[in-house]
Design a protein around this ligand. Structure first.
Ligand SMILES: Nc1ncnc2c1ncn2[C@@H]1O[C@H](COP(=O)(O)OP(=O)(O)OP(=O)(O)O)[C@@H](O)[C@H]1O
Ligand SMILES: [Mg+2]
Length: 303
């Protein structure tokens, strides 16, 4: 098959591993920088222009989107254009957009009965105290909606700290959500890699001493972990609700069971492959082999 990886940088670990895994299985792999694509709409023959090339329906059998959070808007429009051209995309544009919107994700997960930390959000609450009460008071976690890698995630240990941090964020017109602090998680979270409706690898990330955020970028470390059946089922259900074939589901171990923190549509492969010694990239390619329909798309638009 001809498989395109939408990635800004062919040298990234995840991108390199996907190229390798695809080539090992006899596929033709190509890295395309989605920000350098431009698109033609309203014509009979939808296409994508890339540098001095033009991609037409059938040029690729499958697309692996690796869209960074900062370019979700443009990146998903490129994925959508491939969909319009009839190309199989391992994660669909609508699913990527859905999971990138933290509020929307939380609303969808809670509506379907998946455990999540008690979370409140408000645009401009007149009543900050009421908002804090909503999540059970301090200590609580305040998150900037556009934060990643742990930046913009603040633990407010007291009511006073919570009030002032919330007021400060609101004062600079930042979008935030307020969440109950899951103390018993002990500075750890679980990253579950879900591919094609199954958890294929999982690791526990643990924050360094004195830190509650387990992000590797904040100095967290990763270990192999055995999930409980409930944790597995929760991760699979979260992926299914988001409509993602490939994703990383982050869970907190709470006293009331696993709680979903986030579903990531472009999960990094380095940490999880190193911690588990599994060929996650290979399993993503296998998922494509199973679900993409090569010859059907190849002739589309050419007749
Ligand atoms: N409600 C909570 N209770 C306890 N710990 C939390 C809570 N929310 C977040 N954490 C810790 O903080 C870390 C960072 O939080 P989160 O994953 O929500 O933000 P982020 O990593 O900055 O965003 P993203 O995952 O979208 O890149 C988590 O991995 C977890 O260890
Ligand atoms: Mg995170």
């Amino acid at each position: 098959m001809k498989i395109a990886i939408l990635s800004r940088n062919a040298k990234l670990y995840s991108t390199k591993r996907l190229i390798e895994a695809g080539q090992e299985r006899g596929h033709e792999m190509r890295v395309i920088d989605h920000l350098r694509c431009f698109m033609d709409m309203g014509t009979d023959n939808p296409s994508i222009h890339y540098k001095d090339e033009e991609f037409n329906p059938g040029d690729f059998d499958a697309v692996i989107p690796r869209i960074g959070a900062s370019v979700t808007f443009y990146g998903t429009s490129v994925v959508r254009q491939f969909e319009i051209m009839g190309t199989y995309c391992v994660n669909e544009s609508v699913a990527i957009s859905r999971s990138r919107d933290k509020l929307r994700s939380i609303q969808l997960l809670s509506r379907k009965g998946v455990g999540i930390p008690v979370t409140a959000f408000a645009n401009s609450p007149d009543d900050v105290k009421g908002l804090i009460r909503e999540v059970g008071g301090a200590p609580l976690v305040i998150k900037l909606l556009e934060g990643t890698q742990g930046i913009g995630v603040v633990l407010a240990e007291t009511q006073k700290a919570a009030e002032s941090v919330i007021e400060a964020f609101m004062g600079v017109k930042s979008n935030i959500l307020i969440q109950e602090f899951i103390k018993e998680a002990g500075g750890s979270d679980l990253r579950c890699l879900v591919v094609d409706g199954k958890v294929i690898a999982a690791m526990q990330r643990t924050a360094p001493e004195g830190e509650f955020r387990s992000n590797i970028h904040r100095g967290g470390s990763a270990q192999l972990v055995k999930l409980t059946p409930k944790e597995r089922a929760t991760a699979v259900k979260a992926a299914q609700i988001m409509g993602l074939n490939v994703c990383g589901v982050d869970l907190l171990r709470s006293s009331r069971g696993p709680l979903v923190m986030e579903v990531n549509s472009s999960p990094g492969l380095e940490g999880i492959e190193r911690a588990t010694e599994k060929d996650v990239a290979g399993m993503i390619i296998e998922c494509i082999e199973k679900n993409a329909k090569p010859n059907k798309t190849r002739t589309r638009g050419k007749g």
